[in-house]
Design a protein around this ligand. Structure first.
Ligand SMILES: [Zn+2]
Ligand SMILES: [Zn+2]
Length: 140
């Protein structure tokens, strides 16, 4: 079973929707330094989804590309007006994208996060909130 979740950027210029199966309706916390720079917070909330599960329903997204921890390129998609970022695409993941689940309507009621990644970059005072934590990318 899957559900469709709507999202919008802070200024309202961009809207989107993502279809997530029930076993993907959970947050993966990412502590990496790129997420800190992008969000201004101590981590981001994410989930993996097939590229075609994401649909832009209003406005346009801009892109920039940076080198991820693995040395592979990552495309970050964002609203050119307010910089909210609905997803990014790590080239190493092929046809999967990383959706920012914290921007999806209804995701506040999701339970305990399933996983934390890039624990090596976690701020020292931040408690572990997920069941599992990996020092680097998932599976590390
Ligand atoms: Zn915006
Ligand atoms: Zn990250």
């Amino acid at each position: 079973m899957s559900d469709t979740f709507k999202g919008h950027c802070h200024c309202g210029a961009v809207e989107w929707q993502v279809e997530l199966p029930s076993d993907s309706q959970s947050h993966i916390l990412c502590h990496c330094d790129a997420c800190k720079l992008q969000s201004g917070g101590e981590y981001t909330l994410n989930q993996l989804a097939p590229k075609d599960a994401f649909k832009l329903t209003k406005g346009n997204l801009k892109t920039y590309t940076y080198k991820g921890d693995s040395g592979n390129s990552v495309d970050c998609f964002f609203c050119e007006n307010c910089s909210s970022s609905p997803y990014h695409h790590q080239h190493v993941l092929g046809d999967k994208i990383v959706v920012r689940t914290g921007l999806l309507e209804g995701s506040k009621s999701w339970g305990q996060p399933v996983l934390e990644i890039f624990g090596k970059d976690k701020l020292s005072w931040q408690p572990q909130t997920a069941k599992d934590i990996a020092p680097g990318p998932p599976g590390s």
